[in-house]
Ligand binder design. Structure first.
Ligand SMILES: NC(=O)c1ccc[n+]([C@@H]2O[C@H](COP(=O)([O-])OP(=O)(O)OC[C@H]3O[C@@H](n4cnc5c(N)ncnc54)[C@H](O)[C@@H]3O)[C@@H](O)[C@H]2O)c1
Length: 386
């Protein structure tokens, strides 16, 4: 594994390395941990990476690693830097033949996402996008139950991602994560909507498979002087007639990572919350609520959900495990590629470049709708997958 980002004081890079290593299928051996070469060198020992492979830039890493004998060089790179850098790094890595695990949102804007899609399609690399919530066993259970028709026809998809950490102007201090997220030149056209609503939209798509048709959105910046939205709601019309809502907040006092998904079907409804990720509630009129738990071996779990567990029931699994499930499926394809075998490019277990394009379309159309008094904007993309 080689990583871009993950320098001292950063957030998600370290999560990537933990998740990638959870099943002992890879070792972090190289990194462009920071755009500052000194910081990159200083970070290397905190990961047990030899200083000789702590690079001062992603270009230097790709160049040096490409020259190493195949058995020594990195097999993939993980992109864990702020949004405005993803495209350049991903494009260079794919063109150099490296498999890529990229964090979301995939790129800075839709044009970059569509260009990256072409680059990936013209290559034979594996490309995964870490919409990590799709890796939770109970989310996969929800998807498999819906695919089996247990909820009937899907009528409504409600998702909300509610945080409170940006209720004050923390970006005025030296809060690394807040400062680039509230800067339009680094975050993209949206704030909370690019950062977390994109996860909420993706999860509804992943769990139901329903294809969106159009979106109407209202965004709001509550904290004075902030340049991007910190709150908003989108209403989505799905092609099957279902209605969806996506609400994102970063200004709700006391709320942490309160990400919730509810789906209503003609035969039942379900609800899942990421702050208690090992449970999912299914309800049907006239019957007591059923609480499904992450209980491998109990006979209550669907196949992919069961295969996504590492611990027996009752021992909490969470964020790292879900993240790791994205890595595990990507590793299967990386191994297939290395063995010269064919692998699925579009309908993968993990979110991929097609989901990335759809995510960027969602962000862009939400902003466009908001700017036009919440007008309905098209939300279907030819690259979208079921
Ligand atoms: N999937 C998730 O749940 C999740 C959670 C948090 C963040 N993210 C995404 O991950 C990315 C990073 O977010 P974060 O909160 O970890 O940010 P962060 O500010 O904590 O860390 C970013 C790191 O990238 C480094 N960096 C910046 N530019 C670089 C460059 N050109 N070359 C090498 N290193 C560079 C910084 O020095 C820092 O170490 C964002 O795209 C964000 O949207 C995803």
């Amino acid at each position: 594994m080689g990583i871009v980002g993950g320098g001292l004081g950063s957030f998600i890079g370290r999560v990537h390395t933990m998740a990638a290593g959870l099943d002992h299928r890879c070792t972090l051996v190289a990194g462009a941990f920071s755009s500052d070469p000194e910081k990159s060198k200083k970070t290397a020992p905190t990961y047990g990476v030899d200083e000789s492979r702590a690079y001062g830039s992603f270009e230097a890493m790709l160049d040096a690693e490409s020259r190493l004998p195949e058995e020594d060089r990195i097999d993939f790179i993980s992109i864990t830097t702020p949004n405005h850098t993803h495209y350049e790094i991903a494009k260079a890595a794919v063109e150099a033949g490296f498999n890529v695990i990229c964090d979301k949102p995939m790129t800075f804007d839709l044009a970059q996402a569509e260009a990256l899609l072409k680059t990936v399609e013209n290559s034979d690399v594996v490309f995964a996008l870490t919409h990590n919530y799709t890796g939770y066993p109970m989310i996969r259970q929800a998807r498999e139950m819906i695919q089996a028709g247990e909820l009937g026809t899907i009528n409504a998809i409600r998702s909300q991602y509610i945080q409170g950490w940006l209720a004050e102007r923390v970006e005025d201090g030296d809060h690394k994560q807040a400062s680039w997220r509230t800067d339009p030149a680094k975050s993209g056209a949206a704030g909370a909507f690019g950062d977390i609503a994109t996860h909420a939209f993706n999860l509804g798509r992943y769990v139901t498979g329903e294809l969106p048709e159009s979106v109407s959105c209202h965004l709001k910046t509550f904290v004075e002087g902030r340049r991007l939205d910190d709150y908003g709601t989108a209403v989505i019309r799905y092609q099957n007639g279902a209605l969806g809502t996506v609400t994102a907040s970063q200004i709700s006092h006391g709320r942490e990572n309160d990400f919730e998904l509810e789906v209503d079907g003609t035969l039942g409804s379900l609800k899942w919350r990421q702050e208690s990720p090992n449970e999912m509630v299914v309800r049907r009129n006239g019957q007591p609520a059923q609480i499904y738990t992450r209980a491998p071996g109990s006979g209550t779990m669907t196949p992919l959900a069961e295969a996504s567990c590492r611990l027996p029931a009752g021992h909490p699994e969470g964020f790292y495990g879900a993240f790791s499930n994205i890595y595990a499926a990507a590793f299967d394809d990386i191994a297939r590629r290395a063995a010269g075998e064919s692998f699925e490019r579009r309908d993968t277990v993990y979110p991929n470049v097609y989901d990335g394009v759809e995510g960027m379309l969602f962000i862009e159309q939400c902003v466009a709708s908001h700017q036009q008094n919440s007008a309905w904007m098209p939300l279907s993309h030819p690259a979208a997958r079921r």
